[in-house]
Design a protein around this ligand. Structure first.
Ligand code: 2HA
Ligand code: ZN
Length: 279
């Protein structure tokens, strides 16, 4: 296989690894393929493999094809041996089962977070047909903040937004927060996909982030923007727990017209405390 999709998939895996977001087998990636992308590789697909339970139902994704990283596989190795680490799966006609039609040539299964990925891919498809990528990574700074900021989407979003003017323009719907949960199953998938019905970013406390996008650049760029702001906040908090200067609610409102974004007023509360993480 030698397609642009494969090259783009490899690039985000390598870029994420170089950022330090994918220790060992940390993180996973999925992409809902376009019809023309399936057609391009059709001759290389093996449709005879056996159907397996997804562990959840995603009827809006019935019969579709997805490129996904393998369970236990390392992002570092995707560029070295794509066919050993990545697969293409097809879903059955009611969105309850999958089969591997390409890749994972040395055995294995799709990512342990397959239920979360597919549930997210389903809600984002229903939001906008063009949204195709779901990306999970373990970036340091945002995870660090999940130990010291309240696990409240209004406070988390606002503190991250204040660190970089770019943030409310890149993720105007803010960041949703999932409290610590056992990863890898349907329950965390349900919580995350509830967030993704509206937002492009979900934080998994003490674990990592899930983001979505129309393409790999957009998903990677979003992960990078949130993590960069989190890094600035970690630096600020390592100096002080009170800001002398900041971007104020009216400043955020002033961004809306020139950048054509609408910001939810729930994130633009007047603060009664100067302490970071307090309202
Ligand atoms: O090991 O990141 O959440 C892959 C993961 C599980
Ligand atoms: Zn993870």
């Amino acid at each position: 296989m030698n397609t642009k999709l494969k090259r783009d998939f490899i690039k985000i895996c390598s870029d994420g690894y170089k950022q330090g977001w994918h220790e060992r087998n940390g993180g996973n990636l999925s992409y809902r393929m376009k019809d023309e992308e399936v057609k391009e590789v059709k001759a290389e697909l093996n449709e005879d493999s056996e159907w397996k339970e997804i562990g959840t139902e995603v009827p809006s994704l019935a019969n579709e094809y997805f490129m996904v990283t393998g369970s236990g596989k390392y992002f570092r190795n995707v560029e070295l041996d794509f066919e050993d680490n990545v697969c293409i799966i097809k879903l059955n006609e009611d969105g309850t089962k999958y089969k591997i039609v390409y890749g994972l040539v040395n055995g294995g299964r799709p990512t342990s977070e397959l239920p979360s990925h597919l549930m997210n891919l389903e809600v984002i498809k229903n939001r906008n047909e063009d949204l195709r990528v779901v990306y999970h990574a373990h970036p340091c700074n945002v995870v660090a903040l999940s130990f010291v900021l309240p696990l409240d989407e209004e406070i988390f979003t606002r503190e991250i937004w204040e660190m970089e003017t770019e943030c409310p323009i890149v993720f105007p719907k803010g960041i949703g927060v999932v409290p610590w949960m056992v990863p890898g199953g349907k329950d965390i998938g349900i919580k995350t996909s509830e967030i993704m019905k509206e937002k492009d970013v979900a934080l998994w406390a003490h674990h990592g982030m899930f983001v979505c996008g129309r393409d790999f650049d957009e998903a990677f760029g979003l992960m990078h923007t949130v993590e960069k702001s989190a890094e600035i906040l970690v630096k600020v908090m390592s100096i002080t727990n009170e800001k002398l200067n900041t971007i104020r609610p009216q400043d955020f409102r002033d961004l809306q017209e020139p950048f054509n974004v609408t910001l939810d007023e729930k994130f633009l509360y007047e603060k009664s405390s100067k302490k970071i993480g307090e309202k």
